[in-house]
Ligand binder design. Structure first.
Ligand SMILES: *Cc1c(COP(=O)(O)O)cnc(C)c1O
Length: 352
């Protein structure tokens, strides 16, 4: 017997998440992971590095609760939103028995986390309008414990309709958790559904500092939900998930000054997004521009492969979605600052 045979069946069969880092690439314009274009300085106080950190650093929890408009008891900090997704599955789904529901094309980690936990997956594809198929989801509620929705959806950029969500939350009361992944909500804050947590104890919202807060490198995310759900997740989370330097940086990013800076950067990226969208519309190689509620825009080209190759040649790394159902010839472009967007447009202008 080899070591491989010792691993769990689900792990032997698993294809790991093809993260932007794992795929890699060569170039100088990185627009493939929806990261912020530049890093910002922080200073760290080493005074308590000899001590284990708090499981849930109180200043960070208080600051995020105030920022998100919920009570501190309704917030859990984790190693990125990715850990939050896995925690929900590990806390609520019985391995080898329960299932989660996803609406592809969407963020890949819901399925990967389910698979690594030995939890089944029910797929209910988005409708041609790219809204969740509400009636189909409702008809599958008795088969699943957790429904994952993503708003704005990565990679299509669409928001989940609020009325459909409310209707689903009601249908799922005491039956299933509805997770709304708001990783990109800072780019369209008016669309958040966090206010619904007060009415629906089965609503779970996941958030992150990786996108608008420009802190993908510190791995810090948040779950917002009823105190009951947060209490269950807190039983399962590791004892020290948030390293002290991460807590210090997160607290500074969530201070009044940090929030002002974040808002300025979001405004700049949203302006760049409007500009590149207008320019894309005029290009002959572009056949469809998807919704643009995040810090990225998915674009369908007449020949996606050719565009991807031309970008690669120019040292511009994008993310190819052409193999996903319904996304033939579609490439996702992360919104960066002026120079990066100009570089993208220059390549596209030369393609006929
Ligand atoms: C980037 C992303 C995440 C992961 O966030 P981390 O906090 O970096 O783990 C989660 N959900 C969606 C939809 C994302 O695009």
């Amino acid at each position: 017997m080899s070591i491989k045979d010792l691993a769990r069946r689900a792990v032997r069969a698993l294809t790991p998440y093809q993260s932007a880092r794992r795929i890699g690439g060569k170039g100088n314009v990185w627009l493939n992971a929806n990261e912020a274009p530049i890093a910002y300085p922080f200073t760290i106080d080493p005074a308590r590095l000899n001590r284990y950190p708090e499981c849930q650093p109180p200043q960070v929890i208080a600051a995020y609760a105030a920022y998100a408009g919920v009570q501190p008891e309704q917030v859990l900090a984790s190693r990125g939103a990715d850990e939050a997704i896995e925690l929900v599955i590990r806390t609520f789904c019985e391995a080898g028995q329960d299932q989660v529901l996803i609406c592809p094309p969407t963020y890949g980690m819901y399925a990967i986390s389910a698979e690594t936990c030995g939890v089944g997956i029910v797929e209910v594809p988005l409708k041609p309008s790219r809204q969740p198929d509400w009636s189909e989801i409702k008809s599958r509620l008795s088969d699943v414990k957790v429904v994952f929705l993503c708003s704005p959806n990565n990679p299509t950029g669409d928001l989940v309709g609020r009325d459909g969500l409310i209707n689903l939350l009601e249908a799922a009361t005491d039956r299933a958790l509805i997770v709304v992944d708001e990783a990109y909500i800072e780019f369209c804050p008016e669309a958040s559904v966090v206010d619904l947590i007060a009415r629906y104890p089965n609503l779970v919202v996941t958030r992150t500092l990786s996108k608008a807060f420009a802190l993908a490198g510190i791995r810090c995310g948040f779950t917002l939900a009823s105190q009951e759900v947060i209490g269950m997740l807190a039983k399962v989370i590791a004892p020290y998930p948030i390293p002290d330097p991460v807590a210090q940086i997160a607290a500074e990013a969530l201070s009044p000054n940090g929030l002002t800076l974040m808002q300025e950067r979001v405004d700049e990226l949203n302006a760049q997004k409007a500009r590149i969208k207008a320019e894309l519309q005029a290009l002959p190689c572009v056949t469809e521009i998807f919704e643009d509620k995040g810090n990225f825009v998915l674009v369908r080209f007449s020949d996606g492969e050719r565009v991807f190759a031309a970008m690669k040649q120019a040292g511009i790394i994008l993310r190819d979605f052409s193999s996903k159902p319904g996304l033939a010839d579609a490439i996702r472009i992360t919104i960066g600052y002026q120079d990066e967007m100009d570089a993208v447009l220059n390549v596209l202008r030369d393609i006929r």
